[in-house]
Design a protein around this ligand. Structure first.
Ligand SMILES: Cc1cc2nc3c(=O)[nH]c(=O)nc-3n(C[C@H](O)[C@H](O)[C@H](O)COP(=O)(O)OP(=O)(O)OC[C@H]3O[C@@H](n4cnc5c(N)ncnc54)[C@H](O)[C@@H]3O)c2cc1C
Length: 384
């Protein structure tokens, strides 16, 4: 276990992909005396339970900008961090069901193209060429971006962790933050299950526990955590479906991994918010039906694993970034819904710039939680 530290320039709560990316990026900017607190182990939260998809096909300017930047950062990450992250860019095919979704996705592609994202509409034949196992006679249209893809979430988080450690960051695992000390409107330190640490900067990267951690500093967030399940099949011959298939009205994401396994998930009915990472037969049945309808060849394929993790949700399903109102030095990087893995390669650098007193290279004020009180929600249509 790493040596205890009584003080630090910054303390990050949570060693998921967000906490690890931020730690690395702070150290890169010269803030190296950083402690990352983790109540469990690396990747024990959503980062180790996610679908790990990465895309630039979004429906708002903000997310197109973040999506494209995160993609570019992923493309350079192995070189930057000096470790494998297993990036595969098989593209994403967005499938529209019905005219409303078709028009919505067509409009989004227009926006994406204006923002430098080379997405395009596909004919049914083209879609079936790119995803040879796809049955989509009932679909109204297909949209594609070939640079979208996925990376290994364990390798990515570990690569950030190791790179941060090389720059001097301390990771304290199995050390839970139990309190945040605030003095005269400024952060003064943290209380943990192993002792206290004095620090002027605390960053909440607690994933599914973001709202509980914010409360420790007296901040009420509108966040809640929602259990999302996912299944994976035994490996079958590669080539059935190399791109991610995604539909918002169809409510699914499904993709074949390079080892041949097919992975997929969908949003739950209701908002299971008991923080339990359990599984249900209902989900297995529902998701299996989606698999066999979209990829008929999966009818004889066995599901080998099912698991779940927490989406940390906000009222508009977009993250909360920025410094808390009224508490100098208390920062938030939370509420990533189903896109916190991909965004980590860009929100880590942006939050590090903000904490370092710089203007973030992509403006992020609109992601402050003040937007909820002002009624300025970010209405992103492209979320599952
Ligand atoms: C089924 C599923 C599929 C998904 N698919 C995708 C996808 O395809 N693409 C994508 O981009 N995203 C996806 N996501 C979302 C993504 O996983 C999350 O947004 C992302 O991992 C959030 O990272 P994080 O570091 O903020 O949180 P986490 O990885 O949850 O890390 C937070 C850490 O904080 C620790 N912690 C909490 N409270 C404390 C405390 N008091 N003291 C110390 N430590 C604490 C936790 O133990 C945890 O390790 C998916 C999520 C799920 C569940």
């Amino acid at each position: 276990m790493a040596e205890w530290k009584k003080s630090a320039d910054a303390v990050i709560i949570g060693s998921g992909v967000q906490g690890c990316s931020l730690a690395y990026n702070l150290a890169k900017l010269g803030i190296k005396d950083v402690v990352v607190l983790e109540k469990d182990s690396l990747c024990s939260g959503s980062s180790g339970r996610c679908g790990a998809g990465i895309r630039a096909q979004w429906g708002t300017e903000m997310n197109c900008r973040l999506g494209l930047a995160c993609l570019e950062n992923f493309e350079n990450l192995e070189e930057e961090l000096g470790m494998k992250i297993d990036l595969h860019q098989g593209g994403y095919i967005m499938i529209a069901y019905g005219d409303k979704e078709y028009q919505q996705l067509k409009q989004s592609v227009g926006l994406q193209n204006r923002m430098g994202i080379a997405s395009r509409e596909l004919s049914r034949e083209e879609a079936c060429e790119i995803a040879p196992g796809l049955w989509a006679e009932d679909a109204a249209g297909f949209f594609y971006h070939d640079r979208d893809g996925h990376a290994d979430p364990f390798l990515t988080t570990y690569a950030y962790h190791e790179a941060a450690k090389r720059l001097g960051v301390t990771f304290l695992k199995f050390t839970e933050c139990t309190g945040i000390k605030v003095d005269k409107g400024r952060v003064a330190g943290v209380e943990t299950t192993r002792g206290e640490i004095d620090t002027p900067v605390v960053v909440n990267c607690a994933g599914g526990y973001a709202q509980q951690v914010a409360k420790m500093a007296g901040i009420e967030l509108p966040n809640y955590s929602e259990r999302h399940q996912i299944i994976v099949t035994e490996p079958v011959e590669y080539g059935l479906c190399p791109p991610m298939l995604m539909s918002f009205t169809g409510n699914f994401y499904i993709q074949q991994r390079p080892n041949g396994s097919i992975i997929g998930g969908c949003s739950p009915e209701g908002h299971p918010d008991d923080m339990a990472n359990g599984n249900t037969w209902e989900f297995l049945e529902k998701m299996s039906r989606k698999f066999t309808r979209l990829l008929p060849a999966t009818r004889e394929v066995r599901v080998v694993r099912q698991w779940s993790g927490q989406y940390n949700m906000t009222p508009d399903k977009q993250p909360i970034l920025g410094e808390a109102d009224g508490i100098k030095g208390f920062y938030l990087s939370v509420g990533y819904s189903g896109h916190g893995f991909m965004f980590a390669t860009i929100t880590g650098p942006l939050m590090a710039e903000l904490i370092n007193g710089q203007e973030p290279s992509i403006p992020i004020e609109m992601l402050h939680y003040r937007r909820f009180a002002k009624g300025e929600l970010i209405l992103e249509p492209a979320v599952v």
